[in-house]
Design a binder for this molecule. Structure first.
Ligand code: ATR
Length: 269
């Protein structure tokens, strides 16, 4: 019997998840079908209920439903609890397991695919919205020497840091930011969507640093262009996209897939 999965969001037409999971299933001999479901903005719960009635085994959840998916789950992984958002659901009979694979997707791409150590590195995270919330726990798990979080609205960065009070994370003001250098700078703002630059200056990039834009499919964003001009290495979020999907696939199927061919496929557009 073919097992049924989907990605649920609004909008959803642009989602690459069907392409990715279909490629994983083909390469690793898993009998699954994977669809896109557009949920009306006020009908997330009803949409997932209906999908489960069709015998579905799991779903990915994307913008703007990650917080509702957190509420919908009957059981949460530790990392989902920590981030307060869910991007992966697994349906086991009456139980609905909620997980969040975004953070591990980011750290796996940085460490394993890009070969950059987060341990002992000075890390700067730009942004304090949903995308940033989803990755702080995973970044801290890698034991960076510091994790500075800068946000246009400083109070939101302070609120995010407060969730990790016993850690090396701190909210940095833009005045302080001017004086500091980082080994890894992660852009988790949505500034790249409108081709804007988050507040960052060339002096923030240490020699041999990595600039990582969690956005993908936008070519070199204003952030990556600035980083490159300073000599930093630049990466977009394609690898993170593939790795978060691979971790969801593992949760559903118990199979660890290799992401290299999917990353190549996605990078070629
Ligand atoms: P997401 O789920 O993509 O994180 P979000 O929760 O709306 O979306 O958060 C967007 C983040 O990008 C916020 O940190 C936002 O900063 P504010 O909290 O000050 O709004 C940040 N952001 C969006 N556009 C930006 C811009 N042009 N420059 C800097 N930061 C920006």
């Amino acid at each position: 019997m073919t097992d049924l999965y989907a990605v649920i969001g609004n909008p959803i037409a642009h989602s690459k998840s069907p392409l990715i999971h279909t490629a994983f299933a083909r390469d690793f001999h898993q009998d699954i079908s994977y669809e896109r479901i557009l949920a009306p903005l006020d009908k997330f719960r009803e949409t997932v209920d209906a999908f489960r009635l069709r015998g579905a085994r799991g779903a990915n959840v994307t913008v703007p439903f990650k917080f509702e998916a957190y509420e919908y789950a009957t059981k949460l992984t530790e990392r989902a609890k920590a981030s307060g958002a869910v991007n992966t659901l697994r349906f086991d009979g009456g139980e609905i397991l909620g997980d969040n694979t975004d953070g591990i997707g980011l750290t796996r791409d940085i460490i394993e695919n890009l070969g950059v150590q987060i341990a002992d590195a000075r890390v700067l995270l730009l942004g304090a919205g949903g995308a940033a919330f989803g990755v702080v726990g995973a970044l801290l798990e890698q034991r960076p020497s510091t994790l500075a979080i800068a946000n246009r609205t400083h109070e939101k960065a302070a609120k995010l840091v407060a969730k990790y009070s016993d850690s090396v994370a701190y909210a940095i003001t833009f005045a302080d930011l001017l004086r500091q250098q980082f080994d890894i700078v992660v852009n988790a703002t949505s500034a790249s969507l409108s081709d804007e630059l988050p507040l960052i200056s060339p002096s923030n990039f240490a020699p041999n640093s990595l600039a990582y834009d969690m956005m993908y499919g936008k070519g070199d964003t204003a952030f990556l262009q600035l980083a490159k001009r300073t000599g930093a290495r630049a990466a977009d979020g394609v690898g993170m996209l593939a790795e978060q999907a691979a971790e969801a696939f593992f949760l559903w199927r118990g199979v660890r897939v290799k992401t290299a061919s999917v990353i190549t496929m996605l990078s070629q557009g």
